[in-house]
Design a protein around this ligand. Sequence first.
Ligand SMILES: [Cu+2]
Length: 146
Amino acid sequence: MTGRAAIMVCTLLVLGCGADDGTDGRSSATGGDSRMYVVRGVVTRLEPKTSPPQVWLRHEAIPGFVGPDGRESGMDPMEMPFPLAPGVEIGSLARGDEVQAVLEIDWRADLPAKLTRLETLPPGTELNFDPLPEEKLEPSGEPPDN
Ligand SMILES: [Cu+2]
């Protein structure tokens, strides 16, 4: 319980803080290369019988998301499956529920992406499915048009 709470706090303070917990970016036995992202979205599908169980989300953009190539490319909104970490349960979740999850990514793990926390948002929470701004591309002199 305490460990999970610490992870949550850490995640809220700094997205993707996994490598910055005093270990100087070096791996620890529990996978120091993992990164955490807070993801919000709408449940579109539940797969309780897969191993591990999966929740499909239409998720908001994930700024700062680091891909398998190590580049911080971000992730645009999309619908995709998220495997659940051990101990995280579908419970009474239903299609159409809005949720906030903590996504843990460790590209070197057998299961690179998993949700380590999953909770429903208050009904009526407004989600934003706008794509990420394109600012990260090479400067072309053209300002973003919104
Ligand atoms: Cu995605």
